[in-house]
Design a protein around this ligand. Structure first.
Ligand code: TMP
Length: 236
């Protein structure tokens, strides 16, 4: 599958058109940003690791009947995906308090939440991705009520599937961000990526952070954490 034209360049990925109007190629970069692009850097090998980790986790989800955009990994950094219209909503699922939830609600990081939390943020860099609720989503016309019900149901299922799967390799799924898209026939599928950039992964025993928080918070050994996730998931 050849890349034709650059369709979109984001902070961590490029998206290319192909000679099939229903398919795109995603190309993962080593660039890392945080705080809405204020902090910039690179994480050596991140593109390759995120490509492989995301595809691996999407396969795990596909096997449990969650539809995803994954078609085929074609190189270290490149994957063919189904073309979708991305819903401009970041869906966040939280099992353990951390990050912005801890800050906003004054709950100590690491506290188990007695119920899984689902949040929506409006994907808009100029506004700093503000948190929104269902009513904002309908008022802004970002998605229909049916679509949000589908998204919420898939998101909770994804959390159950991935939490159980990751626990087997001693990774605790603290929280994660996912994005969905509509295919040309109106199907809602999981898109974007699931990687140490978009999830909080803690070692189940030591509680060591094995994700992008090492970069966001200058904790050191960022590359080591990404490699550790690759090793635990793919044995490399
Ligand atoms: P938060 O605690 O900073 O709101 O992050 C919640 C989860 O979402 C965490 O797993 C990291 C992920 N995330 C992204 O993937 N992209 C982002 O831009 C932000 C802010 C968080």
């Amino acid at each position: 599958m050849d890349k034709l034209a650059l369709l979109y360049e984001g902070k961590a990925k490029r998206v290319w058109t192909t000679n099939d109007s229903e398919l795109l190629v995603v190309d993962y970069k080593d660039d890392a940003t945080a705080f809405n692009g204020l902090k910039k850097g690179t994480i050596d090998q991140k593109g390759c690791i995120n490509n492989r980790v995301s595809n691996h986790l999407m396969k795990v989800l596909e096997a449990k009947d969650i539809p995803t955009h994954l078609v085929e990994e074609i190189s270290d950094r490149e994957t063919v995906v189904r073309k979708v219209e991305i819903i401009p909503i970041e869906v966040i699922v939280r099992n353990i308090a951390a990050g912005s939830l801890s800050k906003r609600l004054g709950i100590e990081e690491g506290t188990k939440l007695s119920k899984t939390v689902l949040e929506f943020c409006y994907k808009n860099d100029e506004l700093g991705d503000p948190m929104i609720n269902n009513y904002h989503i309908y008022a802004l016309g970002l998605a229909s009520q049916d679509e949000i019900e589908t998204i919420a149901s898939y998101s909770f299922q994804i959390n159950e599937i991935l939490s159980k799967y990751l626990a087997k390799v001693n990774i605790e799924l603290i929280d994660f961000k996912i994005e969905f898209g509509r295919t040309s026939n109106g199907e809602m599928i999981l898109a974007d990526e699931i990687s140490p950039d978009t999830c909080r992964f803690w070692d189940s025993i030591t509680k060591e952070k094995l994700d992008k928080d090492r970069f966001r918070r200058d904790l050191g050994n960022v590359e080591g954490a990404y490699h550790e996730i690759l090793k635990r998931l793919l044995g490399e």
